[in-house]
Design a protein around this ligand. Structure first.
Ligand code: ADP
Ligand code: ZN
Length: 759
């Protein structure tokens, strides 16, 4: 059994014979335990502690029966309900897994309370890998036999090895023992080849203990590149907060290319030196290949990873390595926040302003905010990193709750790019074309100079709308209030909300006219077509999530760009962050206004952050960069701020507007989404909710109104927005409200605290 990181805060509450109390009554109490199951239940359930087994303490993982099933849950704190012992089912097994630490149990409760979900649903996120809870079964692996070695050395019987057999034996001689399938993959042959070698006695099978060999830990003694004066001041302040111990939140606010990563690596090294684990959250980690490479250069080994693209086996191994303290640094997407670190000493949230930290389904939470909560419960340091911190974070700095550490300059000789607005109202562009003449001219100059360019358009596919010229028919999703987006590479029409896909038909389904379908508006695929037509010799590539098969493909594309195998990259928001291409000098933003429409409270802020980030890809090395932004609204404060590079003025104006409207971070906001299979039930439930809406000082309820996405996946949706002052306990208000209304049939209520999406 791996080390148990029990602390004195965890007294045994039940156990074997020595824990039994002398009187019957007391022993009854002691044998009662509460178990929280990873299910959406309102509370932990009562069970009987096992007799004569390892003591059961809060945090122990136990297997218990529930309605004919057998489930793994966690022994929870607090007194049991006092059901008669005879009515309780006993715990079936105490699992040999280190216990869930008290601060993580408190975290589960607090996240559930804040997001208004069941604690069991949050617990489920901490134990997301069922396989990890099972004792590992021994694995059957292959190893090269003596006869095999002889065959390799050519001293064996006469018959020479086939190239495939040779590769298999070499793979085993050079590397660790592997299972048949893994071995075949490593040797680039079919598993049949391996089986033949086993039959022939050149390869032997063995059973080995299944816990994978611990990866070597990151080496904090290695030194990184020498830091600039600004960087070392900043790094020292981060290191000091780690060393001081206790809870602190520091904002590392540095311009793009200022070396924020190198700077917080110093804090990681300090936490590792102190024997603590580190969690680094990145948005869309799958695309962070360059980050992983830099980590490996700095610390000698890659970190453990946690995101949706890793396979079940790696997930299982990583979860076990985290809880046993073998994984020292984990880099992951937002769900990594719920991993059961026993010795967490530092959390880094890179690109803290990124909206992908908001989880929008299941348990709806903001990972950056919950990361601060976790750090406060664990009493450790957290660093929020960004070139464009969120208004929430800026305001917390102003309120003195967060410290700020600044990196005002780009590293080395690199300068920030010059930003220029292209006023689309003044430009003449042919229909079906989207690049204005100034941007075309800059592209030409860039290619001429042997430099690279990036075009940014936050729209996947070929065209966002397809219509029939003959009858006006528009292609709409059958189950959502949304147009279907044409994806020409795959020849399909896709709904970006539910994934519905259909083939592009040869003629209009409405009027049967042939050849009458026209694409409206640009997507990245259409932009590629335009660029290829204008610059036939430029080597252009698309960087879009739906065309990349995974992190490896993304990394390969980034490498190709770095090595200048491309002149131009066209992409959606995945090109916006993290990348560092030294020869990239021009960034063109094709439709800058795209994010500004719709009733999103953060529309301006998000547009500023996104465009500033994209622009920040230009001129990161010695060649000066420039950014061209095509906009129909050059007088918008966001556009002016981008052109002037005046972030602080923009944030002040944005803060003033939100303060006067009582919106976050100056007030509280929650969305209530009512959905049902049919419009009538949704309206009925919405009206019932409206009738019992809270009427309290400082609380305003807006709605119900049909959601902008009035139908999503076939469900009809109505929205309420609840606004309250900061002094109001919004969750309590909502709980009171919801307890007065009973919804029926297909109706579902979803609460979204601090909503980011208003669709
Ligand atoms: P940011 O995250 O602030 O945008 P990065 O950390 O990506 O900036 O740094 C930008 C580039 O400058 C990277 O290529 C990085 O390796 C390099 N760099 C930053 N600091 C140093 C340093 N002290 N010595 C050498 N190279 C550095
Ligand atoms: Zn749809």
């Amino acid at each position: 059994m791996p080390d148990d990181h029990a602390s004195s805060a965890d007294p045994p509450i039940a156990g074997g014979s020595d824990a039994a109390a002398p009187t019957g009554e007391q022993s009854v109490a002691l044998r009662h335990i509460r178990v929280l199951l990873p299910l959406p239940l309102p509370a932990a359930l009562d069970y009987l502690a096992p007799e004569a087994q390892t003591p059961v303490m809060p945090g122990s993982f136990v297997r218990v029966p529930l309605g004919g099933r057998s489930l793994v849950g966690v022994v929870w704190d607090g007194a049991a309900d006092g059901l008669a012992v005879e009515r309780l089912k006993p715990v079936a097994e105490v699992l040999a897994i280190p216990r869930l630490r008290p601060e993580l149990r408190r975290f589960v409760e607090r996240v559930a309370g804040y997001t208004m979900t069941q604690p069991g649903s949050v617990l489920r996120m901490t134990m997301s890998v069922t396989a990890a809870l099972e004792a590992p079964r021994p694995r059957r692996v292959c190893a090269v036999s003596l006869a095999g070695l002889a065959a390799l050395a050519d001293t064996g019987p006469a018959k020479p090895l086939t190239p495939a057999r040779q590769r298999v034996l070499e793979a085993l001689r050079e590397g660790p023992p592997l299972a048949t399938v893994e071995l075949a993959r490593a040797a680039r042959c079919g598993p049949g080849v391996v089986r033949e070698l086993i039959a022939g006695g050149l390869v032997e099978e063995r059973l080995i203990a299944a816990e994978p060999a611990a990866p070597s830990p990151p080496d904090w003694r290695l030194s990184g590149p020498p830091l600039s004066a600004d960087q070392s001041t900043a790094a020292r302040r981060l290191v000091d907060s780690v060393a001081a111990g206790g809870f602190s939140t520091t904002v590392l606010d540095g311009v793009t290319g200022s070396g924020k990563t190198e700077t917080y690596f110093a804090a990681i090294a300090a936490a590792l030196a102190a024997g603590r684990q580190v969690l680094v959250l990145l948005p869309e980690i799958a695309l962070g290949a360059q980050w992983l490479e830099r980590f490996r250069e700095r610390f000698g080994v890659p970190p453990a990873q946690w995101h949706s693209d890793i396979g079940q086996a790696e997930r299982r191994d990583t979860w076990r390595a985290v809880i046993a303290g073998r994984a020292r640094v984990v880099v992951g997407a937002r769900s990594a926040l719920f991993l059961p670190f026993p010795e967490l000493g530092l959390i880094i949230v890179d690109e803290e302003h990124d909206s992908s930290y908001k989880q929008e389904d299941g348990v709806i939470y903001q990972a950056r905010d919950m990361a601060v909560l976790r750090a406060s419960l664990a009493q450790i340091s957290i660093v929020l990193v960004s070139a464009t911190p969120s208004l929430e974070t800026i305001v917390n700095v102003a309120r003195g709750r967060y410290r700020r550490v600044a990196l005002p300059q780009r590293h080395a000789a690199a300068e920030l790019p010059a930003v220029r607005l292209v006023d689309m109202r003044q430009e003449r562009i042919e229909t079906g074309r989207f690049l204005a003449p100034p941007l075309v001219a800059e592209l030409a100059a860039t290619f001429e100079a042997g430099e690279q360019a990036l075009l940014f358009l936050n729209r996947r596919g070929y065209a966002p709308l397809t219509l029939c010229r003959a009858c006006g028919h528009r292609f709409q999703c059958p189950s959502c209030t949304a147009w279907l987006v044409e994806h020409r590479f795959t020849g399909r029409l896709l709904c970006h909300h539910c994934g519905h896909a259909e083939a592009v038909p040869p003629c209009c389904p409405e009027c049967l006219a042939a050849g009458a379908l026209v694409p409206c508006g640009p997507g990245v695929e259409r932009l590629l077509e335009e660029v290829t037509a204008r610059f036939p010799t430029a080597r252009a590539a698309l960087m879009v999530s739906d065309l990349l098969t995974g992190p490896r493909a993304a990394a390969e594309l980034a490498r190709a760009m770095t090595e200048q195998r491309y002149d131009l990259l066209i992409g959606t928001q995945i090109v916006a962050k993290g990348h560092h291409f030294p020869m990239l000098t021009l960034v063109g933003v094709v439709d800058a206004d795209l994010g500004l429409t719709g009733g999103d409270l953060r529309a301006a802020e998000r547009t500023y952050q996104l465009l500033h980030q994209v622009g920040g890809r230009a001129g990161r090395a010695e060649h000066k960069g420039r950014v061209l932004i095509q906009t129909w609204m050059p007088d918008q404060p966001v556009m002016k701020a981008l052109a002037a590079g005046d972030r602080d003025r923009f944030l002040e104006a944005e803060a003033a507007a939100r303060r006067s409207a009582g919106l976050p971070p100056f007030g509280r906001l929650a969305a209530l989404i009512v959905s049902a299979d049919d419009a009538e039930s949704a309206d009925f439930a919405a009206r019932a909710l409206a009738r019992s809406a809270p009427q309290l000082p400082g609380v305003t309820v807006l709605g119900p109104a049909p959601a902008p996405l009035a139908v999503l996946r076939g469900r009809h949706r109505r929205r309420f927005l609840v606004k309250a002052g900061r002094e109001v306990n919004l969750q309590a208000v909502l709980r009171g409200w919801l307890s007065r209304v009973r919804v029926q049939g297909s109706v579902r209520l979803q609460v979204d605290i601090d909503p980011y999406s208003f669709l």
